[in-house]
Design a protein around this ligand. Structure first.
Ligand code: SF4
Ligand code: SF4
Ligand code: FES
Length: 248
């Protein structure tokens, strides 16, 4: 059975904006993105929204719904009471382009700063061999759809714009962890770079990134905390330091 829902949607651009009220039809089985599309079709044809797959896989439709960072296409209207006002705002951590669309360039810049997988010399693709346990470890991180909800939520950049220059955020610290744990990666300094170039020390393992990840990746437990341990080993393990010194 359909009903009329009350929506507040942020409209505006980089120069400013505010919440606009709408009353809009909702049908059984719909998600928030369906309702935004109905608003575009019936009341606000110029409303800007980024989306692509409507299946929780492209990572485009990230927004904040009643203050919680979520994918619009994976947020069922049935989670809200029929008389509840649903408020949709753009991700707060990134600059607004227009309405619900933000400029997520920060993330692509950080992605480019992570050195790529470095295969070992003399081993051709197809000859790589690794244990199943190592395959499974990186497969968890590979589920990432780059929705950037974790980046948007992390207080290190959400509340402190200045930190963006020195902090790559959970998604890219997880990428560094994935590569550092990869048994065939020959790039030597990932732990050191995580600390000096990507700001791992800013992370105080609050787990807020993990809580919003639509792929349920255990970002903090499986990537960030192990990476911190690897950094501690790199800098403070006396046996490892002795070993490294003997290699020089
Ligand atoms: S665990 Fe670290 S990266 Fe994740 S939200 Fe908290 S401070 Fe940010
Ligand atoms: S780790 Fe999760 S929340 Fe972060 S970008 Fe990937 S899928 Fe999105
Ligand atoms: S539209 Fe692709 S994740 Fe929502």
């Amino acid at each position: 059975m359909g009903y009329k829902a009350k929506f507040k949607v942020w409209r505006g651009d980089a120069s400013g904006g505010d919440l606009q009220d709408f009353t809009v039809e909702v049908n059984e089985g719909e998600v928030v993105l369906d309702v935004i599309h109905r608003l575009q079709a019936t009341q606000a044809p110029d409303m800007a929204v980024r989306w692509n797959c409507k299946a929780g896989k492209c990572g485009s439709c990230s927004a904040e719904i009643n203050g919680r960072p979520r994918l619009m296409c994976m947020t069922r209207m049935s989670v809200f009471a029929e008389d509840e006002t649903v408020t949709v705002t753009p991700m707060r951590t990134f600059p607004v382009i227009r309405d619900l669309v933000t400029d997520v360039s920060y993330n692509y810049e950080k992605a480019r700063e992570v050195p790529a997988f470095a295969p070992p010399e003399g081993v051709a693709p197809g000859e790589y061999r690794m244990q199943q346990v190592d395959v499974e470890r990186s497969q968890e991180f590979r589920k990432c759809i780059e929705c950037f909800l974790c980046q948007n939520t992390c207080h290190v950049v959400r509340d402190h714009e200045d930190n963006k220059a020195n902090f790559s955020g959970p998604r890219f610290l997880m990428r560094i962890a994935e590569l550092d744990m990869h048994p065939l990666d020959a790039h030597e300094n990932r732990a050191q770079e995580a600390k000096t170039d990507h700001g791992l020390g800013f992370c105080n393992i609050t787990k807020c990134c993990t809580e919003v990840c639509p792929e349920h990746i255990k970002i903090t437990d499986n990537a960030l905390i192990p990476m911190k341990e690897r950094v501690a080993d790199h800098y403070y393990d006396p046996i490892l330091r002795l070993f490294k010194r003997s290699k020089k």
